[in-house]
Design a binder for this molecule. Structure first.
Ligand code: PLP
Length: 360
C-alpha cells in the first residue's frame, strides 16, 4: 500500500492536529518547563533505591494503588473512593475527556490555556467553545458563565492557576461558574500548591466538579509521571471504567507515597519558590518590558517588543525560557519559571545585561 494512502487511514481529526511539541534542549539554566528546580534529597532516593532492589520486576504493580490512594486521601481530605491516580495528570485529562466529551459535544475552554485540552477535545471530535481571557489576561468570569448558559450540559475545562498565564480563579469565581454551569467542570490545579484557591472544599456539594493535580511541579516529581483526580466517589467510579489497568508503575507509585511521607520537605520548597516568584515578578517590573503579568504559579509571562532578541540572548548565555508567542493573545510573550536562587540570579543578571540596566 502507498504511504500517502495509508496516512489517509488515520482519523481525519487527528491528521489535522498540530502536534504538541517541545524541542529537547538542554542548557545550564533550564527555566522552560515549570519544573521544580530541586531534585529529591539523596536520603530519600536511597530509601527508594532500596525498595526497588527488593521489588520483583517481573510482577505487575497493584491493581489498585490502595496505599497511595489512602495517603492521597489523608493529604487531600478527599475519600480514597473519590481518587484516581494516573500516569501524569495528563493521563487523567485523557481519561476525563474520553468519559465526559464526545463527538459533536461542546467543550468550553478559556484561551490562552494549556494546549492539551484543545488537542484532546478536537481529537475526540468535540467542538471547542472558546472564552478568551480579558485584555489583562485574567479569567473573564461573566463570559465563562454566559457560555455555560449558552451550551448547557457541556464539558468545561479550566486551569487554575492557568498555564501559561498564571492567572487564577477565586473561590467566588468558581462558585459563580458552578451556580450556572449544568455540565461537568474539570479544574486542572497542577500549580495550586504555589497559590490560588484550592477547590477541594467545593467537591462535597458539587458532584459535577473534578479536580486534577500532579506530582510534577510542587512535589519535584516530573520524572515520575504521576497525577491524580479528585471527585465524588460515584462519579469517579464511572470515569474509572475507561482508565487502563495498571497505568501506574510500581516505581512511581512508591515514590509518590514516599513523597507524601515528607510533606515538610515539599512544603518548605513550595514556600521558598512562591516567595522567589514574588521577588522575580518585582524584579521584572523594574525592567523596560511592555508588560509583566501577575502569577499565582511557579512561573510568569512577560511581553517584550524585542522578544526574539531577548530569547536568543538568554539562550546564548545558557538560559532557556519558553517562547509562548504562538498562543492566542500572547504575541511577544515569554514564560519563565522560578528556578533555584542561583538560577534566578543568573536569569535576572542576564535580563539586566540585555537592557544594559545596572544592578541596583
Ligand atoms: C505541568 C502541567 C500539568 C502536569 O501534567 P503531568 O502529566 O502531571 O506532568 C498539568 N496541567 C498543566 C496545565 C500543566 O502545566
Amino acid at each position: 500500500m502507498d504511504l500517502n494512502d495509508s496516512i489517509l487511514l488515520v482519523n481525519k481529526r487527528i491528521r489535522n492536529l498540530s502536534p504538541y511539541h517541545l524541542e529537547p534542549e538542554v542548557t545550564a539554566v533550564k527555566l522552560n518547563q515549570n519544573e521544580n528546580p530541586y531534585d529529591l534529597p539523596a536520603g530519600i532516593k536511597e530509601e527508594i533505591a532500596e525498595f526497588c532492589r527488593k521489588r520483583p520486576f517481573n510482577r505487575y504493580p497493584n491493581f489498585v494503588p490502595d496505599d497511595l490512594k489512602a495517603a492521597l486521601a489523608g493529604y487531600s481530605g478527599v475519600p480514597a473512593e473519590g481518587i484516581i491516580v494516573g500516569n501524569g495528570s495528563n493521563e487523567m485529562l485523557l481519561v476525563l475527556l474520553l468519559a465526559l466529551s464526545g463527538q459533536g459535544g461542546n467543550v468550553i475552554l478559556c484561551q490562552p490555556t494549556f494546549t492539551v485540552y484543545g488537542l484532546l477535545a478536537t481529537g475526540l471530535g468535540a467542538i471547542e467553545r472558546t472564552v478568551p481571557l480579558t485584555g489583562g489576561l485574567a479569567f473573564d468570569v461573566s463570559r465563562i458563565c454566559e457560555t455555560a448558559e449558552r451550551f448547557p450540559r457541556s464539558l468545561m475545562v479550566l486551569c487554575s492557576p492557568n498555564n501559561p498565564t498564571g492567572c487564577f480563579l477565586t473561590e467566588a469565581d468558581i462558585r459563580a461558574i458552578l451556580a450556572v454551569h449544568t455540565g461537568m467542570l474539570v479544574l486542572d490545579q497542577a500549580y495550586v500548591e504555589f497559590g490560588g484557591y484550592s477547590a477541594i472544599p467545593l467537591l462535597t456539594s458539587n458532584p459535577n466538579l473534578i479536580i486534577t493535580r500532579t506530582f510534577s511541579k510542587a512535589f519535584s516529581g516530573a520524572g515520575l509521571r504521576l497525577g491524580y483526580m479528585l471527585g465524588t466517589p460515584d462519579m469517579v467510579a464511572h470515569i474509572n471504567k475507561i482508565k487502563l489497568p495498571y497505568n501506574i508503575n510500581f516505581f512511581s507509585e512508591h515514590v509518590a507515597q514516599v513523597l507524601l511521607g515528607h510533606l515538610d520537605v515539599v512544603a518548605a520548597r513550595v514556600k521558598e519558590l512562591a516567595a522567589r516568584r514574588d521577588s522575580l515578578l518585582s524584579f521584572l517590573r523594574t525592567m523596560p518590558l511592555d508588560a509583566v503579568f501577575d502569577s499565582a504559579a511557579n512561573f510568569m509571562i512577560f511581553s517584550c517588543g524585542r522578544k526574539n532578541e531577548l530569547f536568543a540572548f538568554l539562550k546564548q548565555k545558557g538560559i532557556l525560557v519558553r517562547d509562548v508567542s504562538h498562543y492566542p493573545m500572547l504575541e511577544n510573550c515569554l514564560r519563565v519559571n522560578v528556578g533555584s536562587a542561583d538560577e534566578t540570579a543568573v536569569f535576572e543578571e542576564a535580563v539586566r545585561d540585555f537592557f544594559k540596566v545596572r544592578a541596583a
